[in-house]
Ligand binder design. Sequence first.
Ligand SMILES: Nc1nc2c(ncn2[C@@H]2O[C@H](COP(=O)(O)OP(=O)(O)O)[C@@H](O)[C@H]2O)c(=O)[nH]1
Ligand SMILES: [Mg+2]
Length: 379
Amino acid sequence: MPTDYDIYKPEWIDEDKKKDTAFASFVMTGISESNDALRLSQQATVAAKPPKMTVEDYVAGVLEGDRMKLSRAITMVESNAPKHFAMAQDIVQQLLPHTGKAVRIGITGVPGAGKSTIIEALGCLLCQQGHKVAVLAVDPSSSVTGGAILGDKTRMEQLSREKNAFIRPSPAGGTLGGVSRKSRETMLLCEAAGYDVILVETVGVGQSETTVRSMVDFFLVVVLTGAGDDLQGVKKGVIELADAILVNKADGDNKTKALVTRADYEQILHYLRPATEGWTTKAYTCSAYTGEGIPEIWDVAMEYINQMKGTGQLESRRQQQNLTWVREMTDDYFRNLIYKNPAIAQPREAIENRVLDGSLAPTKALSEIVAVIESSLKL
Ligand SMILES: Nc1nc2c(ncn2[C@@H]2O[C@H](COP(=O)(O)OP(=O)(O)O)[C@@H](O)[C@H]2O)c(=O)[nH]1
Ligand SMILES: [Mg+2]
């Protein structure tokens, strides 16, 4: 009898990997009838060893909105195996004409701010309104912390029961570059499968906010009520990326404090250049628990999208984002080419050691490293 883990285990995971180390995080399966049906069909597939799917099978499956085939296509995109990479690129390329229709929203904030709970509340609301909602996570730390920072293992239980919701945890991709490529492609696959709202959760530490900002239309920064002046360590840089600030947990005794915090943020925003030209970034309050303020934040996002569509900014920003993406991938390619190549890495380390012990000047070291690169790449 196959376990859940066997069913969801992608083929690129090491056979001997234990459940808890193989994935960045897990999503709970709901207990609705449709999920039972899905489980049975998955068990049947496991038992029968599914026939190998071609690029055409994947493309047709995704376009039909088939969740199993969408999941398998994403697994292909997330795979680190070179043979999967080529196939994944063909799938994405063929699906490209069917992408771009969704509203793309990024949600960041410090761990514990309530991002996942907000996504669950917003996601359920949107599903009730007839939207199809895909939830993705970008967590470059997940391969180190085991997903502890986004920690979605037990969250979004209600949303995962919605038949119009699709939740995909962060790929355990290692570098931010790797995770972001995978997440962007996953987003495109979800759009091709008919999801018209994409919610991307990321953690507000490190560089991942900037990365997610560069793959979404609307960027929401979730904050908590501040204790004093420092506004609990939210970096100014993150606020500058925001199209809206959302002070969460405005419920119970905390409600008044939340309103004060909102006003504090309004003050700060007053002095900052807005993240999007022509749009005034404002601060709002909500409670993901009571649902108060959740429909309103969706209205703000819609107002923003409509304005951006009207001025042509949405389209031009997305084009610019594609260009950024290509450049990031090019940078990654060169970094790998140079730093993963042992013929370069070893002499480089020796040169660097001479810099460390003070026997070689940094600029001289550069010319030596360049010489090594040029000779081993035959430039
Ligand atoms: N009182 C209150 N607690 C909340 C609210 N939203 C989230 N929480 C709690 O805050 C904690 C962190 O929430 P989570 O969504 O996991 O935060 P994330 O790390 O930003 O994704 C959890 O214990 C939630 O139950 C809210 O609106 N009000
Ligand atoms: Mg979370």
